[in-house]
Design a protein around this ligand. Structure first.
Ligand code: PAF
Length: 292
């Protein structure tokens, strides 16, 4: 397994592979890998076979974190990440530093890098849910993912369904900006009790961790409800707020019901509608989603 830190070296390697007819499969990550990420790596390998190349990027992207968010405290363990990537058969881990990705990065209040002034902004799908709760988040995500696509030159890129809105926005960006690649959205990996795997689960204390499964239970409760009949979204939200209140450490940020393609909110919730929710446990914010 090769470790590449330099952007020019990554791009040259990718272009060399492409000239040699190798297919490239890509898994972008913020690092602090868990089994959910490794399942994306396996999916990436499946798409290009043994003759293809699998690249994982590990980069804690400052532009997708808001001023009050956990950028400096975001968990990092590169040594462990590299070990996991090696064991999963990754060909290249791309780990650029901030100076490579955003020249002259200044850690200002809004994490706005000087020496870098071009952003990719998706306008239709990124205003609700995570986009409403984290105002500049998706601008940071689309910008870094566009940069990574240009550097890694993938034929296939794999994202997790846990970040459903992110995956939809990246699909739209790739279509709108004619990136010649296929986006795969792989299903969410869960802990034994159903909690979606996330690097942020590490922040939870034992009591919070025990109650965090309420996200999964709320999704299941909504699924069970709409199996029987359709509900007005307002009514189901009220019922779910009560349901979530059974976990006293949970502070609901949002619960939304929306069309799975357009992400537009629906007023009537029935089977096939998508549900997403975000819940704080202390300062830790967890998200999850499912098709009802
Ligand atoms: O989902 C993530 O881990 C990040 O948002 C991504 C796609 C790696 C961009 O930094």
């Amino acid at each position: 397994m090769q470790i590449v830190k330099n952007v020019a070296a990554m791009q040259q390697l990718a272009l060399k592979w492409r000239r040699a007819g190798k297919k490239i499969s890509f898994v972008p990550t913020l690092g602090y890998l868990h089994d959910g990420h490794i399942s994306l790596v396996h999916e990436a390998r499946k798409r290009v076979g043994r003759s293809g190349r699998v690249v994982v990027s590990i980069y804690v992207n400052p532009t997708q974190f808001g001023p009050a968010e956990d950028l400096s405290k975001y968990p990092r363990d590169l040594k462990r990440d590299l070990k996991m990537c090696r064991a999963a058969g990754v060909d290249v881990v791309f780990t650029p530093g901030d100076a490579e990705m955003y020249p002259e990065l200044v850690a200002s209040r809004h994490a706005v890098p000087a020496g870098f002034s071009t952003y990719v902004v998706e306008e239709a799908l990124s205003k609700t849910m995570e986009g409403a709760a984290r105002l500049t988040h998706f601008r940071g995500v689309t910008t870094i993912v566009a940069k990574l696509f240009n550097l890694v030159q993938p034929d296939v890129a794999v994202f997790g369904q846990k970040d459903y809105q992110q995956a939809a926005i990246i699909k739209r960006m790739a279509a709108d900006l004619n990136f010649p690649l296929k986006i795969i959205v792989a299903s969410t990996c869960r802990e034994r009790d159903g909690l979606a795997m996330s690097s942020r689960n590490k922040y939870l204390d034992a009591e919070q961790r025990a109650q965090a499964v309420i996200l999964f239970h709320a999704l299941n409760a909504a699924k069970a409800a709409v199996k029987i009949k359709a509900f007005p979204a307002k009514r189901l939200k009220t019922d779910l707020k009560e349901f979530i209140a059974a976990a006293p450490l949970a502070r609901l940020d949002y619960v939304e019901f929306f069309d799975p393609e357009t992400l537009r909110p629906v007023t009537q919730v029935k089977r096939g509608v998508h549900m997403a929710l975000a819940i704080f446990f202390g300062k830790t914010r967890l998200i999850d989603n499912a098709r009802l």
